[in-house]
Design a protein around this ligand. Structure first.
Ligand code: FAD
Length: 485
């Protein structure tokens, strides 16, 4: 057997996926790697989102790396700062922290003479045999096109750019949006502020979900017997598989059960029939990302809370004017308007074979074989890339499965079986045709507007069961991959 080819890796992004890839690469014996992170701290989503009430909406013992259970989780759905601490702690324990070049945004990545040449905003250059893009999916804030926002005289910020210098207690707060973030902020702030106005364009189904704290005895048990946490992780993963299998079949009995639970929650929790109808969505549960909350309906019924449904005409210096001509006076306006979920590695410029630009290939919409890699861009792999599984389940599990798949491809490079690997155009085209066909039958395509939908209104997600995703990730079908050299 010949000598193994040494490989150098560049990982872009030091969030959950970037940290994971460095750990897994080192575990596989690849030690020549650098993680580029544009911010001055790792953590990605959990570094950026620090709004009041932030927590994961997947149980913490599932929203953990499978190899690093955490006995310290305080709640079933733990707050964001604990999640940030968890990722920083794992990075430190696995010796990954020292591999992160902070404050270095990769602006250009070009495949030239068999290697990737990277360039950062500060002018640093690097070369790598393999690039792993872990640049995030919910990363670029989506800013609403509301006339007059620049004239608003109060404090104004996106939920992912929370300004902690702004006083909230006793003030009039407006929140635009009704996704998971807006719901969490509403519950967290309503008792602190003089008035809370929630601007709703679309009502949301709410899944009632208690969030009990773990007692000291339970945490001690977790510490003493880590296998309990591993078992719990496995059980939760199986539970979420049932859920994710249900939502890809809009007519499944499990889907009906989810809908019945959400409807019962609305009927039993909201007393005022007028408010109840305003809060009743006109589409099926889980068509938009399902919101988990133990107390949103209670919060929005508080005397100082108002659900504004007239639509927004414009912002004015003193607040927001509705389409009905009413002025909602505000001191603070929060844009809980989500993210541009179609950006992925962009605005980084990625240039593959023959000068092919990724942005050009993606000018209509992003595509990737199995959401991992793009024809013509050899040895370039994405974690949580386009059209992957992004429903209500743990993206950590998704990234772990993808990374295990990528490592099998990387092994072909290390063993010398090939020098370059990328998916074939034919396999990618076939995957996209089958994917979009299947996506039309999912709950996400049953008539609502959501960030899951692409420019054609087709869900830009993995449309099959999570079990099928697991199977697909278990072993690459090498006939789909072009191996060169
Ligand atoms: C409010 C909120 C709540 C969420 N809750 C859940 C949940 O409950 N369960 C769940 O599974 N998922 C949840 N998610 C999704 C969450 O994004 C993922 O779970 C996970 O954190 C993604 O990790 P990542 O590393 O792939 O991406 P990110 O966390 O987005 O990290 C990407 C990193 O790459 C860096 N980067 C990007 N481009 C460059 C560049 N060109 N050069 C250098 N660095 C770059 C960024 O600065 C960032 O640090 C939530 C997301 C949000 C926004």
């Amino acid at each position: 057997m010949g000598a193994k080819r040494p490989l150098r890796f560049a990982i872009i992004g030091a969030g959950m996926s970037g940290i994971l890839s460095a750990i897994k690469l080192r575990e596989a014996g690849f030690d020549d790697l650098t993680i580029y992170e544009k911010a001055d701290r790792l953590g990605g989503t959990w570094r950026e989102n620090t709004y009041p009430g932030i927590s994961c909406d997947v149980p913490s013992h599932l929203y953990s790396y499978s190899f690093e259970p955490n006995p310290a989780w305080s709640h079933r759905f733990s707050p964001g700062d604990e999640i940030q601490t968890y990722f920083e702690g794992v990075a430190k324990r696995y010796g990954v922290e020292g591999r992160v070049r902070r404050g270095e945004e990769v602006t250009r990545c070009a495949f030239e003479r068999g290697r990737w040449r990277l360039e950062t905003k500060s002018g640093r250059h690097d070369e790598a045999d393999v690039v792993i893009a872990a640049t995030g999916v919910l990363h670029h804030p989506n800013l609403p096109d509301i006339p007059g926002l620049d004239r608003f005289e109060g404090a104004l910020f996106h939920s992912a750019r929370w300004d902690h210098g702004v006083r909230l207690d006793g003030r009039r707060i407006g929140i635009i949006g009704t996704g998971s973030t807006a719901v969490q902020i509403t519950s967290a702030l309503v008792d602190r502020v003089a008035k809370l106005s929630l601007f709703q364009r679309t009502a949301q189904w709410i899944m009632p979900q208690e969030n009990p704290a773990f007692g000291e005895a339970e945490k001690a048990e977790f510490r003493r017997h880590p296998e309990t946490m591993r078992r719990l992780h496995g059980e939760l993963a199986r539970m979420f598989s049932v859920f994710s299998n249900a939502i890809v079949d809009a007519s499944s009995p499990q889907m009906k059960q989810i809908e019945d639970t959400c409807r019962a929650n609305l009927e039993s929790s909201v007393r005022d029939p007028v408010l109840r109808e305003k809060l009743r969505p006109s589409y099926r549960a889980a068509c938009k990302r399902l919101i988990m909350s133990p107390d949103f309906y209670q919060a929005i019924q508080k005397p100082n809370a108002e659900l504004v449904t007239e639509g927004i005409e414009c912002a004015v210096p003193g607040g927001v004017r509705t389409r009905g001509g009413r002025l909602v006076e505000l001191d603070v306006l929060v844009l809980a308007t989500g993210f541009r979920a179609d950006r992925f590695v962009r605005p980084m410029q990625v240039i593959g074979h023959d000068g092919l630009e990724l942005d050009e290939r993606w000018s209509q919409r992003p595509d990737a074989y199995l959401s991992i890699s793009v024809p013509g861009f050899p040895n370039f792999f994405m974690l949580n890339g386009p059209n992957g599984p992004v429903g209500n389940f743990s993206l950590i599990e998704v990234a772990e499965l993808q990374m295990a798949y990528i490592l099998q491809l990387v092994e072909l490079l290390r063993s010398g079986r090939c020098r370059e690997i990328s998916p074939s155009e034919e396999a990618t085209r076939r995957f996209e045709v089958e994917r979009t066909e299947a996506a039309r039958n999912t709950i996400w395509a049953t008539g609502c507007r959501s960030w899951y939908l692409d420019d054609r209104g087709i869900p830009a997600v993995w449309p099959w069961t999570f079990d099928r995703f697991r199977e697909e990730m278990a072993r690459p079908k090498l006939e789909a991959w072009v191996q060169v050299g």
